[in-house]
Design a protein around this ligand. Structure first.
Ligand code: SAM
Length: 276
C-alpha cells in the first residue's frame, strides 16, 4: 500500500501522461457534459454570458463573410459552434469526446444548423479540406506538451488557406504566479470521478517553466486510476514566438477571447494569427 502510494503520488516528469483521459472516460464524460451545460459552472465551458459576448466579438476579427469555413477545435458540446453557425459561418467542430459530439450533433439536427461534427483527436487530425479560419477556445492549448502544441499548430497551419486566421486563448503567466501548491483528499459515495464509492487524492503541483499540474488519484473497489491535468502558462512574448515558429504571423493579442485589451495583469491571453 505504502509503495503503491509512493509510486502514484510522486512528481511525474513534465507532461508525463497516464493511460486515463478524463475527457473520454465513460462516467466522467457524462459528468463533464452536465458541467458544460450548467450555466453556473465554468469548469468545462465558460458561462453563457461570456460565450455570447465572445462569439459576437470573434465575428469582428474573423468576419463570416470573409472567413466562412470555420474549424472549431475542441468544440465540446457545441456551445460556440451553434452560435457561429447562426452568425453565418459554415462550421466544422472537432472533439474526441464522443459524449460531447453526440450531444452537439443532436442539438444541431434538432435546430437545423449547418454544422459538421467530427469525433477525433485533434493531435491526429484526419479531416480534409481547406478552412478560412480556426479557433481553439478555453485554454486547451496550454494543456499540451511543447511537442503536442507544435503538432496542433502544424495541423491547423496545413488546413488553412493563405490569409486564413487562427484564434486561440491560453492562461497567462499571472495564473502561474497565482497558483499555489496544495494537497487534499475526499471520499464520495459516487460523484465526479466514479459512479461507485471512491477516495480521491489530489495534489496541485507547480513546475518550473510556467507549468502546473493537477495530479489526481482515484481509488475504487475496482482499483486505482491516476489523472494528470497539465497547464502551461504563457507570457505574451512566448506565445507569439511559438506561433511564429509554426509559420504564423501574429496580428494581435488580447486579454481574453472576448476582445478585452491585453494588459500586464491579464489572466488569459488570446492571440489572433494569420497564415501568410
Ligand atoms: C475546456 S473544454 C472547451 C470546450 C469548448 N471549446 C468551449 O469553450 O466550450 C476542452 C475540450 O477539448 C476537448 N479535447 C481535449 N483534448 C482533445 C484532443 N486531443 N482532441 C480532441 N478534443 C480534445 C475536450 O473533449 C473538451 O471538449
Amino acid at each position: 500500500m505504502f509503495e503503491q502510494l509512493e509510486q502514484y503520488l510522486k512528481y511525474p516528469e513534465l507532461f508525463e501522461t497516464t493511460e486515463n483521459v478524463f475527457w473520454r472516460d465513460e462516467h466522467i464524460s457524462k459528468k463533464l457534459l452536465e458541467i458544460h451545460l450548467d450555466p453556473n459552472d465554468d469548469l468545462a465551458s465558460r458561462k453563457p454570458e461570456f460565450i455570447g459576448r465572445s462569439a459576437t466579438w470573434i465575428q469582428t476579427v474573423i468576419p463570416p463573410k470573409r472567413y466562412r469555413n470555420l474549424l472549431d477545435i475542441g468544440c465540446g458540446p457545441g456551445l460556440y459552434a451553434e452560435r457561429f453557425a447562426r452568425a453565418g459561418y459554415s462550421v466544422t467542430g472537432i472533439d474526441f469526446s464522443s459524449r460531447s459530439i453526440e450531444y452537439a450533433r443532436s442539438v444541431s439536427n434538432e435546430r437545423n444548423l449547418a454544422i459538421a461534427y467530427v469525433c477525433e483527436d485533434y493531435l491526429d487530425m484526419t479531416i480534409e479540406g481547406v478552412f478560412d479560419a480556426a479557433v481553439l477556445i478555453y485554454c486547451d492549448y496550454g494543456a499540451l506538451s511543447a511537442d503536442n502544441r507544435k503538432r496542433v499548430m502544424k495541423n491547423v497551419f496545413s488546413r488553412l488557406r493563405s490569409g486564413g486566421r487562427f484564434l486561440l486563448d491560453v492562461c497567462s503567466r499571472n495564473q502561474y504566479d497565482a497558483f499555489t501548491e496544495s494537497q487534499t483528499w475526499e471520499v464520495q459515495d459516487g460523484g465526479f470521478w466514479s459512479a461507485e464509492r471512491y477516495y480521491c487524492l489530489s495534489a496541485n503541483r507547480k513546475y518550473r517553466e510556467n507549468t502546473t499540474l493537477n495530479q489526481v488519484l482515484v481509488s475504487t473497489r475496482e482499483g486505482n486510476r491516476a489523472y494528470y491535468i497539465w497547464n502551461h502558462c504563457f507570457t505574451k512574448e512566448d506565445l507569439i514566438s511559438e506561433a511564429e515558429a509554426a509559420g504564423f504571423h501574429a496580428l494581435a493579442v488580447f486579454g481574453d477571447i472576448a476582445g478585452t485589451p491585453y494588459t500586464e495583469d491579464s489572466m488569459t491571453i488570446a492571440i489572433l494569427l494569420e497564415k501568410p
